[in-house]
Design a protein around this ligand. Structure first.
Ligand SMILES: Cc1cc2nc3c(=O)[nH]c(=O)nc-3n(C[C@H](O)[C@H](O)[C@H](O)COP(=O)(O)O)c2cc1C
Length: 454
């Protein structure tokens, strides 16, 4: 989401009229703006006490800025600079997260002939100081009173064209950059919370401090009555559904040997029914607006000449193609094989809508190598990451132990540095599969990751 700041609170502001036109242009380009209008703030928003106790309006605007992928600032020229109220607002925003590595684009408005040049250049000084990414194509509007009709519409076609070009260019600019560090890309795996219904899921999620989900799709298919309102409930509570997950029939995770035999699409006896379930899940995902669904494919044979390799490749290709027909991406869980075997398999699969869901703890649980090295090996295919921790087994052939994030053997600073190095832009979903206090454990993991220095 891109946010727009109207840089004055003067009643009848011409900048606000131009800003409204800018918002329409972005909406037409498929990128509706979240508008922050300083004229809507209550007077106490800028009272001396506001630095200590922020008003609800400033809090809401701060959250909008922090979650925005970019900012458009439309500001008038006041006394050779920008309005004091805009500086007061900037000074109330979180430092450094509000502008750090956030793309920003400027439009200056003025009655006089300099068209807000000084306004924009003074703003560039402040945003440059705060390490924002400044979009180079700025707009300066001189003689604003002659450029607006009585209804606030823009009369100058050349200006309309400049706004359209700047908007399209800025959207491309925003999409080409990595997300700003403050943008919350985390979710919670719904199955970690062991809910029996949509209502229960959202109640438990609220205790984790995370406001987005990776949704287990099978219960929606199997127990439709308990899950029918999930989309509406999420929308009402401002919870985003980031992706889906599905399982295969008859999977038995009791030991490494049972999962080798029963996991994923490997067993012949359940293949036809699994495929039918996948088709229903794909329809469900598409109806919910989900773009990515993950699953455990099962143990892949190491030896490519093994007939089981070709059979598995064909099955997984058919699953990928089924999801492609719904415009969906499919991602396979990591960990059941080492990273280079999975990378080889993904190369052979050769489907643009197929990738991996990288789980660093699984590499440890299954004893399949170093998660940070694996992340680099699998980088071209990583579509989503699970935030999960584990300790390695001391008895070869048995599971390691899954533990609270931050208390296991995943080297989280190195892991997040590696995510930055590979320029990973997808979502990070907390998964907790053991223990009887999942909500508290995920909350602890969330706080650990939020405070992580890397
Ligand atoms: C306090 C104040 C100072 C202003 N100083 C300037 C100025 O230095 N240069 C200029 O071209 N216009 C100046 N203007 C006129 C604004 O550019 C004009 O009002 C324009 O409509 C944009 O501001 P608005 O969004 O408040 O309407 C000033 C207006 C106000 C209210």
């Amino acid at each position: 989401m891109i946010a727009l700041i109207i840089g004055t609170h003067r009643p009848g502001s011409n900048s606000a009229k131009v800003a409204r036109h800018v918002a329409q242009v972005f909406a037409q380009l498929g990128e509706p703006l979240a508008v922050i209008d300083l004229a809507q703030f209550p007077p106490d928003a800028f009272a001396p006490g506001a630095f200590g106790q922020k008003s609800a309006a400033v809090e809401a605007a701060s959250n909008t800025v922090l979650q925005s992928s970019g900012l458009v600032v439309v500001a008038p020229e006041y006394n050779g600079s920008y309005p004091g109220v805009l500086k007061a607002f900037i000074d109330l925003l979180p430092f450094p997260a509000a502008f750090e590595r956030r793309p920003v684009s400027f439009i200056g408005i003025a009655a006089g002939e300099w068209g807000g040049l000084r306004t924009v250049e003074h703003l560039q000084g402040v945003f440059g100081y705060r390490n924002a990414h400044i979009y180079p194509d700025r707009i300066f509007v001189p003689g604003i009173y002659s450029k607006l009709g009585p209804d606030g519409s823009i009369l100058d076609n050349a200006l309309v064209g400049r706004i359209e070009r700047q908007a399209a260019g800025f959207i491309r600019f925003v999409r080409s950059l990595p997300p700003a560090p403050s943008i919350d890309r985390t979710g919670v795996c719904s199955w970690s919370l062991q809910p029996g219904s949509a209502q229960e899921l959202l109640e438990r999620l609220s205790g984790t401090g995370v406001r987005a989900l990776q949704l287990h799709l099978d219960p929606l298919r199997e127990h439709a009555a308990s899950w029918s309102g999930i989309a509406q409930l999420c929308a009402a509570r401002g919870v985003r559904i980031l992706s889906g997950m599905m399982t295969c029939l008859g999977e038995d995770y009791s030991t490494l040997d049972t999962i080798r035999l029963t996991g994923g699409v490997v067993p012949d006896g359940t293949w036809e029914q699994n495929l039918a379930n996948f088709a229903a899940n794909a329809r469900l995902a598409a109806a919910l607006g989900i773009r990515l669904v993950t699953l455990h494919a099962g143990f892949l044979p190491h030896d490519e000449s093994d007939p089981a390799f070709g059979k598995l490749l064909a099955r997984i290709a058919s699953v990928a193609d089924l999801f492609a027909s719904h415009g969906l991406t499919i991602a396979f869980e990591t960990g059941q094989e080492d990273a280079s075997s999975l990378a080889r398999f993904m190369g052979r699969l050769n489907r643009s809508n197929a990738g991996v869901n990288f789980d660093p703890a699984n590499m440890i649980l299954y004893d399949k190598g170093d998660p940070v090295a694996a992340l680099h090996t699998l980088a071209p295919w990583i579509r989503q990451v699970h935030i999960k921790d584990a300790t390695r087994t001391l008895t070869p052939g048995t599971w390691g132990e899954e533990v609270v994030v931050g208390t296991g053997q995943v080297d989280w600073p190195a892991f997040f540095r590696a995510l930055r190095d590979i320029d990973f832009r997808g979502h990070l979903c907390f998964e907790r599969e053991a223990g009887g206090q999942r909500v508290a454990d995920i909350d602890a993991g969330r706080r650990f990751i939020a405070d992580l220095k890397y």
